[in-house]
Design a protein around this ligand. Structure first.
Ligand code: PLP
Length: 409
């Protein structure tokens, strides 16, 4: 089955006893039982069943099964947001005194989270370009995880994931990938050696911009050794599922960041059109980037431009696709604002992955909290305009942006 077909006909989909094609929205906080013995069995995991929606819910489970199948995982856990998913995943493997190696140019919220973790004694070191040599240079006995984005937002850095995974595994360190901007349409990080994949489903997986959510998918290939990963002590008996079990029954459950059932439903149906949307989004972004790059004085950041520093890796790891995020430098903050304000179709909004084209000036919004160095390493300058390209007609987008940019010159 090809990916486009799998999106609609995966083996775990539509398994409801009453025949619904889509998972019913189980909008109930709790689940009742005929007698106390039955509920006890549910708590003891001696029978299948749901007790309380923070811990489990049929609509959320259907969503988890679908994402898990699309990423080729062994199990998935849905979360209230992408940030909640990243926080829970990292807290499940790191304790005070531990270190994280991270790629750079990451999402602003994730950089903020690393600052929060610092206060809990978990230190992060950043690699300007995440490759095998950098991992070998930065890794030490305290390193508990390598974390990277696949197509970083908005720098558009692409880690050398296969080589990075090999280098990390050699030192018994797992690799977690935030694949929000790439999506399984472009790449499946587990197949390239990553151990855990995370998404902000708020973006491309949902696609309609109608529900915040996150998900963590465990490949369950990594051999957890609790002598090293002391955070997983007590979970040895679950073997390769130690991470998933600790997350589900411990960190994620106790942090309380479950996905809402209605959001699970919206994200589930959103994924039906992932391939169609991504195909159009990648084509539109490629055409818009190339059109703007033709204009003298405009510096465009997009992976399919041969001059892009990560063009080669996009060719080898991402099927030559660049995703839906691009940016350009307008010359000054004033010009960036002027261009943004004069666009006809692009909406001024702080989001990516919507079917509608969205535009923002990241330096004065998303990176307000970050330092200058972190901001520039994320590919964000005073004059940067970020575009999340939608599924409109490419010609309209090209006309709209070209006109706005030319007026500013
Ligand atoms: C949006 C985003 C997040 C955070 O997700 P939320 O759902 O907004 O919490 C994390 N990583 C990346 C790459 C994102 O684009």
């Amino acid at each position: 089955m090809r990916f486009e077909t799998q999106l609609l006909h995966g083996k775990t989909f539509g398994k409801s006893a009453s025949g619904e094609i889509l998972p019913p929205v189980s909008q109930s906080s709790a689940f009742r039982y005929e007698n106390m013995e039955e509920l006890e069995k549910v708590f003891l995991h001696k029978r299948m069943g749901y007790a309380y929606t923070r811990i489990g819910n049929p609509t959320i489970a259907a969503f988890e099964a679908k994402v898990n199948e699309l990423e080729g995982g062994a199990g998935a856990i849905a979360a209230s947001s992408g940030m909640s998913a990243i926080a829970a995943a990292l807290l499940a493997v790191c304790e005070s005194g531990d270190e994280i190696i991270a790629g750079s140019g990451l999402y602003g919220g994730t950089i903020g989270l690393f600052h929060d973790l610092e206060k809990l004694g978990i230190h992060t070191v950043f690699a300007e370009d995440l490759n095998a040599d950098e991992v070998k240079r930065l890794i030490n006995d305290r390193t508990k995880v390598v974390f990277t984005e696949m197509i970083s937002n908005p720098a558009l850095k692409v880690p050398d994931l296969k080589a990075v995974s090999e280098a990390a595994h050699e030192r018994n360190v797992p690799v977690f990938v935030d694949s929000t901007t790439a999506t399984p349409y472009i790449v499946k990080p587990l197949a390239l050696g990553a151990d855990v994949v995370i998404h902000s489903t708020s973006k491309y997986l949902n696609g309609g911009g109608n529900a915040i959510g996150g998900v963590i998918i465990d490949g369950a290939k990594y051999r957890w050794d609790t002598a090293k990963h002391t955070a997983l002590k007590g979970f040895e008996k679950y073997g390769k599922l130690a991470f998933s079990v600790r997350l589900r029954t411990d960190v994620w459950e106790n942090l309380g960041g479950c996905m809402a059932p209605a959001n699970a439903f919206l994200s589930y149906i959103g994924m039906d059109t992932l391939a169609l949307r991504m195909e159009r989004i990648c084509e539109n972004t490629d055409r818009l980037a190339k059109a703007l790059d033709e204009i003298d004085g405009i510096d465009v950041n997009y992976l399919t431009l041969p001059s892009h520093p990560y063009h080669e890796r996009a060719e080898t790891l991402l099927r030559g696709l660049g995703g839906g995020i691009m940016s350009f430098r307008a010359g000054s903050k004033e010009k960036a604002f002027q261009i943004i304000n004069s666009l006809k179709y692009a909406l001024i909004a702080s989001n990516v992955g919507d079917v509608r084209t969205l535009v923002i000036h990241p330096a004065s919004t998303l990176y307000l909290q970050a330092g200058k160095e972190e901001t520039e390493s994320a590919g964000v300058y005073e004059d940067t305009v970020r575009i999340s390209v939608g599924i409109e007609a490419a010609e309209d987008l090209i006309e709209d942006f070209t006109e706005a940019v030319k007026k500013s010159l």
